[in-house]
Design a protein around this ligand. Structure first.
Ligand code: TRP
Length: 343
């Protein structure tokens, strides 16, 4: 079994609606990578239950994320689209990694601290072990590249630490099995740039998020044209005109965010956007941004609604995807079993 050279793995949690931040920050990149890489895109339902989920809503959200992948342009016939819980080896490998990773490593994870908040004693054990499961997701396929937002950088570093420790802890059986230079790859993150970090439309200092109470703070991928236009029209700005250069966006988070969204949707740059709109009012800019957003997001939402209307079809896609995922994962996990000494 040779080491893959260009295999991409990434995952999105099924919890609540998908918004423009998910699209520009992650899924758009997933779509592009299909041309250059073998891609495996997962709906991480095991990760979702690290905080309590209503079972019916979990099932629905799982199908919705799969629908979003496909509506955004991921081809489930050419690449692999599936949900994590259908491939049991994710949880099995995560257990082995729980025994490789150190408490001290996990204690440093900032996402756990953020999510657990003040009430750490009451957080689930799964929430603490979240990053070892994420490492298992990636390494179960010996993925070489993982596109993620910059908030996941620390988890990717942990994934490399786990791969490295596994490779040294089991160096002898790994060499004996003919994997001279280590069994697991040191996976590279493909971190989305700052232009793809989409902030709330109500507060440029906070990330666009499904947990924000105000719906006006985000554009959901299933919003209709009128709603998209209204949310952009009402987006928070400041009283000044748009600057002509990106340096002028400093200290103006709302302006920065809207220009970034425009650039990402137009496959352009903030510089190019400001070359056109610098010196002008937000009103004129927002008018064009609303049109652009409706043009780009509208068709995705329409396709998502079509797919969401047929849950059985989505289940069939996920089932088939899981079968293909298992074809890749099973032989790798078999090797792991031998390396670790499971008979
Ligand atoms: N933790 C990721 C997030 O919240 C989701 C995720 C789970 C993931 N497993 C993964 C991302 C594996 C990339 C690779 O965004």
């Amino acid at each position: 079994m040779s080491m893959p050279q260009n295999r991409v793995f990434s995952g999105v949690q099924p919890s609540g609606s998908l918004h423009l931040g998910n699209y520009l920050g992650a899924i758009k990149r997933f779509v592009e990578l299909q041309n250059s890489h073998e891609c495996i895109y997962c709906v991480v339902d095991l990760h979702a239950i690290t905080v309590w989920q209503d079972p019916q809503e979990l099932a629905e959200s799982t199908r919705h994320v799969a629908a979003a992948y496909i509506a955004c342009g991921i081809d489930p016939d050419k690449h692999v689209v599936f949900n994590q819980s259908r491939v049991g080896e994710h949880a099995e490998l995560a257990w082995i990694f729980n025994c490789v990773a150190r408490m001290g490593w996990l204690n440093r994870m900032t996402q756990f601290k953020d999510k657990a908040g003040k009430n750490r004693e009451n957080a689930s054990v799964g929430l603490f072990a979240y990053p070892t499961l994420m490492a298992a997701d990636i390494l179960l396929y010996r993925a070489t590249h993982v596109p993620v937002g910059d908030d996941q950088k620390q988890h990717l570093e942990l994934c490399r630490d786990i791969a490295q420790k596994f490779n040294t802890d089991f160096a002898e059986p790994i060499a004996a099995a003919g994997h001279g230079d280590g069994f697991f790859p040191l996976t590279e993150p493909l971190i989305a740039g700052p232009a793809t970090r989409v902030m709330s439309l109500r507060d440029g200092a906070r990330k666009m998020s499904k947990s924000e109470p105000s719906e006006m703070s985000r554009i959901d991928l299933t919003d209709d044209a009128e709603t998209i236009a209204k949310k952009i029209r009402k987006a928070k700005t400041d009283p000044d005109a748009l600057p002509s250069e990106t340096a002028g966006l400093e200290g103006r988070p709302e302006a920065d965010n809207l220009v970034g969204i425009f650039a990402a949707l137009a496959d352009s740059t903030a510089d190019a956007v400001l070359a056109t709109y610098g010196g002008g009012t937000f009103q004129a800019f927002k008018q064009d941004l609303a049109e652009l957003a409706v043009e780009k997001v509208g068709p995705i939402g329409a396709e998502m609604s079509r797919l969401n209307a047929d849950p059985a079809e989505m289940d069939a896609v996920l089932r088939k995807g899981a079968e293909r995922a298992r074809v890749i994962a099973a032989p790798i996990y078999d090797e792991v079993r031998k390396i670790v000494g499971f008979v």
